[in-house]
Design a protein around this ligand. Structure first.
Ligand SMILES: [Zn+2]
Length: 417
């Protein structure tokens, strides 16, 4: 590894509870960073690769990647822009409607979103005249995109230090929210403390996280990558937020990214324990999480790999052409773990202008925009749906162009369509 070590923060304990006896449950091998799409001029350069191992803490029930790549390497040039994904647009439109419905009558309602990406949520909210919106995001190119939409953005990490600066300038907020941020953060305690500084006593902290149980039930090992260091069970969220005197008020399950949770939290007002029956029931469902369960999961992912390769080999034997669809971070894990390279697929289509023209990390398959499909549709036989969580919209898009193309859906279990 040599100088790679300088780019990694090593740790030996659980990120939430500090338990030193966390157990390795999944080993996906040496992987490139999921978001490190390669530019043409760098194709011959050595890629940054490190082992992707997952650990489980049986005390607080968090699944985690232990060592983290320093945020500077990961986020200064983040290639993920939410607004280019139709399904995400719909998700955030619905979320914004919920917020508007609940708060539009409030005078001087103030909302802060950290990890606001390109402003996909806030751009839908700031038109509401009663609302004051502030976004916080460390990524420079994403911050620029958000600024184009004239959203108030602080280009910084969200922590106690920046929270105190925000407090001085804007005072406290009614609503603080973060979507798909908690998966990324090594020092998870600091963002919760930062939220505490900025949240009014009757305010809400609302976080959206991918749900560990859905991820495991649907065999979604492709969601595991270095950029995602935490995978939350509801038990682990309760454990984490109780450490900071926050109380879970409500949990809503959503379809985002193949199964997510929207968790509504408030500062604890008194020490009396409120029995939340809904929460108790949800945690009851998580009883099956244990080392035996993970062993079975591990076995399943190797079965899935074998099955996908079998399907691809069969198609190739018939001299048919396969392309991929969706150059997502998930794709990096999936393709590299299964070793699907240019032998099988020549091109991956993606609608994000930030990725088209680049190459998939590790397997180095070129990424092209959708117009490639229009130009070449007559000699494409199969589309491998890499971004399988958007499969319905992808199938619709492809069928509009060529109704004869068939589909390979790799998750949860590989099948042809
Ligand atoms: Zn723990």
């Amino acid at each position: 590894m040599g100088n790679n070590n300088k780019l990694i923060n090593k740790r030996s304990d659980c990120r939430i509870c500090g338990n030193r006896l966390i157990k390795k449950i999944i080993d996906l091998g040496i992987m490139p960073l999921a978001g490190n799409f390669i530019e043409k001029k760098n194709l011959r350069k050595k890629e940054f690769k490190i082992p992707l191992d997952l650990y489980y803490c049986s005390k607080c029930k968090l699944v985690q990647v232990k060592d983290t790549v320093k945020p500077k390497v990961l986020f200064t040039k983040y290639n993920y822009s939410s607004s280019t994904i139709p399904v995400l647009n719909e998700h955030f439109l619905n979320y914004s409607k919920e917020i508007i419905k609940n708060y539009k009558k409030r005078k001087n309602f103030k909302i802060l979103e950290f990890g606001c990406n390109d402003g996909i949520l806030l751009s839908k909210l700031f038109k509401e005249k009663n609302f004051f919106c502030l976004g916080v995001d460390p990524s420079i190119n994403i911050g620029k995109l958000a600024k184009k939409k004239s959203i108030k953005i602080l280009n910084d990490y969200f922590n106690q230090q920046s929270a105190n600066k925000i407090l001085k300038k804007y005072d406290k907020f009614d609503y603080i929210t973060a979507s798909n941020v908690f998966a990324h953060i090594d020092d998870i305690h600091s963002v919760i403390e930062a939220s505490k500084i900025l949240l009014k006593d009757d305010g809400y902290l609302v976080v959206e996280v991918h749900y560990l149980l859905n991820l495991l039930n649907l065999n979604q090992y492709d969601f595991f990558y270095h950029e995602h260091v935490n995978y939350y069970s509801i038990y682990s969220l309760k454990y984490l937020f109780e450490m900071h005197n926050f109380e879970i008020k409500k949990i809503k399950q959503t379809n985002m990214h193949g199964g997510s949770l929207r968790v509504y939290l408030q500062k604890k007002k008194n020490t009396i324990k409120n029995k939340n029956l809904h929460l108790t029931k949800l945690i009851e469902n998580e009883k099956k999480l244990n080392l035996t369960f993970f062993k079975r999961f591990n076995k399943n992912i190797y079965l899935q790999k074998k099955e996908v390769i079998k399907i691809l080999k069969n198609i190739k034997k018939q001299n048919k052409k396969i392309i991929g669809f969706g150059a997502s971070g998930r794709g990096t894990t999936f393709l590299n773990f299964c070793k699907i390279d240019k032998k099988f697929i020549n091109v991956i289509l993606d609608s994000s202008p930030l990725r088209a023209g680049k190459f998939m990390p590790g397997v180095k398959i070129p990424i092209k925009n959708i117009s490639y499909l229009k130009k070449n549709s007559s000699n494409i036989d199969y589309v491998l749906i890499i971004a399988w969580n958007y499969k319905d919209s992808i199938i619709k898009q492809v069928k509009k162009i060529n109704n004869n193309i068939k589909f390979i859906i790799p998750f949860p279990n590989p099948k042809l369509l």
